[in-house]
Design a protein around this ligand. Structure first.
Ligand SMILES: Cc1cc2nc3c(=O)[nH]c(=O)nc-3n(C[C@H](O)[C@H](O)[C@H](O)COP(=O)(O)O)c2cc1C
Length: 182
């Protein structure tokens, strides 16, 4: 359980109902010895509190780009520079669109633009949102940029629909992290 000792993972969490699974993901990565810097979008904080992820990651969680430097949080450029991996799980349709189009309205999207290292994305959304040509085009852009994608799974979605779009199991995301960094 020490394959990730010395590795620094920036874990982006976005506004998906699956955001609560970031708690388990954070714990698993910490168990493998990783240093985990959690960065949440405002949307993500509607689904899980920064406090939960702060306690599990043993570090302050970044949310507001305008509060950089306070609370011991380094700047978005430093966070990007120090990351061995930028992992975004769950990745919402909205943030994927921002990534695809180079928009940087908040801390996570600014870190993404400043990241030169490997990027691993785990999209999660309603199946219709996933199938939309706009989302599919953004997903294709992510792949074309060389980002690794943990494909969403089939199953019962939180919105009540059966279909594709569930966040991949946490174990699968962790095993992709291990194959990139381990
Ligand atoms: C109950 C609920 C669940 C949602 N689940 C998802 C989801 O799984 N994936 C997604 O892309 N958007 C989902 N949305 C919509 C996003 O929250 C919305 O697009 C939001 O603006 C995205 O925030 P972000 O930019 O911080 O990720 C959900 C909205 C609600 C109200």
């Amino acid at each position: 359980m020490s394959q990730l000792v010395g590795k620094r993972i920036v874990l982006g969490v976005t506004g998906s109902i699956a955001a609560y699974k970031a708690a388990d993901l954070t714990s698993q990565l910490i168990k493998y010895g990783a240093e985990v810097q959690v960065v949440m979008t405002r949307g993500a904080t509607q689904f899980i509190t920064p406090m939960t992820l702060q306690v599990l990651s043993h570090r302050p969680v970044g949310v507001d780009i305008w509060e950089e430097g306070t609370n011991g949080m380094p700047s978005h450029i430093e966070i990007a520079d120090s990351a061995d991996l930028l992992l975004v799980a769950p990745l919402s349709a909205n943030v994927m669109a921002e990534f695809a189009h180079g928009l940087a309205p908040d801390l996570l999207t600014s870190i993404y633009l400043a990241t030169k290292g490997p990027v691993l994305l785990a999209p999660a959304m309603n199946g219709k949102m996933l199938e939309h040509p706009a989302t599919q085009a953004n997903l294709a852009t992510m792949r074309a940029r060389g980002h690794a994608i943990v494909d969403p799974a089939e199953g019962m979605l939180a919105c009540g629909y059966e279909g594709n779009g569930k966040l991949a199991p946490v174990e699968e995301i962790v095993s992709r992290v291990l194959s990139i960094l381990g």
